[in-house]
Design a binder for this molecule. Structure first.
Ligand code: 8YV
Length: 315
């Protein structure tokens, strides 16, 4: 039997690449020098796309594959997949929810702690001899007992809040509706009001056209000069220009960010700031989780081509 043709949009680790290559006829889009010419050449043989959360699949890519049946996303976020184009043609879409939730929450909380307690600066203080030369490291603000706001109490937001409760923070959250699985946490519908009542504002929303720049200038400034914004979702959820303006002017105290507009390139203004913690979009980046994500990507593709139910369908 001929193996179904798969367009692979970005690289995977070897432990995913080997079984993917064994099961499917894989076309490595990311290795092609001329992407348009490559799509024109292989497009008609493609029945599935294997992509990554941040890379997705554009309308142009989908249209270049007239026999496309399924897009399997290595990531929970599918905002970079053109869902309208998929709906028009009945193309199925899957993602990798659940398996990454706790790792993403762990990193978000670690980012808050690291940034609050100045851990990267403290590391340099030891390594560059400042400790010996200058003495005690400058004092930082306490974390426990403060107020956390969680913008988006989905799977990841819930795990963040659970962890924050363990650090003795009080918790409020914003979502479309109050959640019955969050009885001890305060529901505040308006993101500006949530921000006003938060020392730490966690952005944990699934990104979509509706949530674009939901963290706008008003929300950012409501967090204020003593507050911190932590983003482990997508850059598009925050108005990045407004964030940079507020960080530069001190209208926002600090930020801890795992995602950026145009990543992996980032706005050079970030690199000049001393009040940001910058991370390379690795919240799901543990061996255990990435292996589970890769497995789910393949299992969804295999289920589809075997005519079985998809494990984690989006569409
Ligand atoms: C990336 C992510 O997919 O889950 C998501 O939505 O953005 C991440 O897990 C990961 O960096 C692999 O590309």
């Amino acid at each position: 039997m001929t193996k179904p043709g798969i367009l692979q949009v970005g690289p995977y680790p070897e432990w995913d690449q080997i079984p993917l290559d064994e099961t499917f006829s894989v076309h490595r889009y990311f290795e092609a020098e001329n992407k348009d010419a490559y799509l024109a050449e292989v497009g008609s043989s493609i029945r599935g796309i294997a992509t990554r959360g941040e890379l997705g699949a554009s309308r142009a890519m989908i249209e270049a594959c007239p026999n496309l049946e399924i897009i399997s996303v290595y990531g929970v976020g599918y905002d970079a997949v053109d869902l309208a184009a998929c709906r028009e043609r009945g193309i199925r879409v899957t993602n990798t929810p659940d398996v990454l939730t706790k790792d993403v929450a762990d990193l978000g909380v670690a980012m808050m702690l690291a940034q609050s307690r100045g851990m990267t600066g403290a590391e340099s203080w030891v390594r560059d001899g400042s400790w010996a030369a200058k003495g005690l490291y400058p004092l930082k603000n306490r974390v426990w007992g403060k107020k956390a706001g969680v913008l988006g109490l989905g799977r990841i937001g819930f795990e963040v809040a659970k962890r924050l409760a363990g650090f003795d923070l009080s918790i409020a959250y914003s979502d479309v509706t109050a959640k019955d699985y969050a009885p001890d946490w305060t529901f505040i519908a308006d993101p500006v009001e949530l921000a006003r009542q938060s020392d730490f504002l966690f952005v944990t929303l699934a990104a979509s056209a509706e949530t674009r720049h939901i963290v706008n200038r008003e929300v950012i400034e409501a967090v204020g000069p003593e507050g911190m914004i932590i983003n482990i979702s997508r850059a598009s959820n925050i108005d990045e220009e407004a964030l940079l303006d507020a960080l530069e002017a001190g209208r926002l105290g600090s930020a801890a960010l795992d995602v950026f507009e145009g990543e992996p390139a980032l706005n050079p203004r970030f690199l000049k700031l001393g009040n940001v913690l910058l991370q390379p979009h690795h919240a799901s980046g543990t061996f255990e989780t990435r292996k589970a994500m890769g497995q789910l990507v393949r299992d969804n593709l295999s289920a589809h081509f075997a005519g079985k139910d998809l494990l984690t369908p989006v569409l």
